[in-house]
Design a protein around this ligand. Structure first.
Ligand code: NAP
Length: 328
């Protein structure tokens, strides 16, 4: 599907995050001019895009601020807009539900509205989430599965999803939702369970700590490798008309499986004494079991998640082993 996209302009919100950084790399490789929306922080947070600074152009803006989004779109004149910015951590959405609603839900609407007024020929990708399925109504979940979110994050994503559908239908805009299941990488934020495990197991292997604390081992997720999922985002905007797509591996594994695979990877088969369950990390409501059906993305976009579960765990643990060996 790749060819030369030189001269095309993409605006990526959330460029400093896991997905934004992979997507920016891929767009640059295709020849896009890439603009990343970054909000003002007291300490800049550009470690994920450090290697891209100078190749991507950073634009000041915040999903909480309508004027900044209008300005960004006027300045960039994008052909494609990828809305990846969010308060994206489910756990924090329980302690900060209003901020989550403002950024993750209303923030998408603000950006849609800015696009409607300033760039109505652009194509828009919304980072929707499997957390919208929550207390699942059927399994595996696909594009027609009813939503039943179980966290303020999931609720906000459902709002953003429907805002996208509504703007698409009301104003004839090119807007697509990618309903992506969990995707992880060596760039995953430290509070997410997969990274916590990878980092914890690497620390144990290097003798820097003797245990990891987790909330629960039971939830099951459909885990894939992030750069493959950012490729889906791009593919979703290259087809003739806008549609919504599930991105998933179609396989499910428990947190326990992840822990086991990580310890196995570093040659520590007996791990039960090294994991402590701490109710502090448990959530008021959780999602037990997510498993996606990626058939539509395979058929319409030619997209397949290729990295297997054990490989993903290995990539993450190895990256943390390297990082910790460097820094001690
Ligand atoms: P992430 O690493 O947490 O990145 C989130 C990004 O949003 C960061 O760049 C962050 O900027 C930015 N952001 C937060 N609040 C903002 C605001 N008010 N204005 C502008 N930018 C703001 O998330 P990710 O894993 O890359 O995920 C990308 C998107 O996909 C998110 O919307 C997430 O909810 C969604 N999603 C992720 C998964 C997954 O498994 N990874 C699955 C489904 C959907 P700072 O650096 O300034 O904090």
């Amino acid at each position: 599907m790749a060819s030369d996209y030189t001269g095309r302009r993409a605006l990526v919100t959330g460029i400093t995050g896991q997905d934004g950084s992979f997507l920016a790399e891929q767009l640059l490789e295709k020849g896009y001019e890439v603009f990343g929306l970054v909000r003002r922080l007291s300490t800049p947070n550009t470690q994920n895009i450090h290697h891209l600074l100078g190749r991507v152009q950073l634009v000041d803006g915040d999903l909480l601020d309508q004027a900044s989004l209008e300005n960004a779109i006027r300045q960039v004149e994008p052909d494609e807009i990828y809305n990846l910015a969010a308060q994206s951590f489910v756990g924090a959405s329980f302690s900060q539900p209003v901020v989550t609603g403002e950024v993750t839900g209303l923030g998408a609407l603000r950006l849609l509205d800015a696009m409607r007024h300033r760039a109505d020929k652009a194509r828009f990708y919304q980072a929707s989430s499997s957390e919208m399925f929550g207390k699942v109504r059927k399994s595996p979940q696909d594009e027609s599965t009813e939503f039943y979110p179980r966290s303020p994050y999931g609720v906000a994503k459902v709002y953003a999803y429907w805002a996208c559908v509504n703007y698409r239908e009301s104003y004839g805009l090119f807007i697509s939702n990618g309903i992506l299941f969990n995707h992880e990488s060596e760039r995953r934020g430290m509070e997410f369970v997969t990274r916590k495990i990878a980092h914890g197991v690497a620390s144990i292997k290097l003798g820097l700590t003797d245990h990891i604390s987790l909330g629960t081992l039971d939830p099951r997720r459909d885990w894939g490798y992030a750069p493959e999922y950012t490729d889906l985002m791009w593919r979703a905007l290259q087809i003739p008309s806008p549609e919504d797509f599930v991105g998933a591996t179609g396989e499910t594994h428990s947190v326990r499986d992840f822990v086991e695979a990580a310890f196995r990877h570093v040659g520590i088969p007996e791990w039960t004494q090294r994991v402590r369950l701490d109710p502090k990390f448990a959530r008021p409501a959780d999602v037990d079991h997510l498993c996606g059906n990626p058939q539509k993305a395979r058929e319409r976009l030619g997209w397949v998640a290729r990295t297997r579960f054990d490989q993903l765990v290995g990539i993450m643990v190895d990256a943390d082993l390297r990082r910790l060996s460097r820094t001690g």
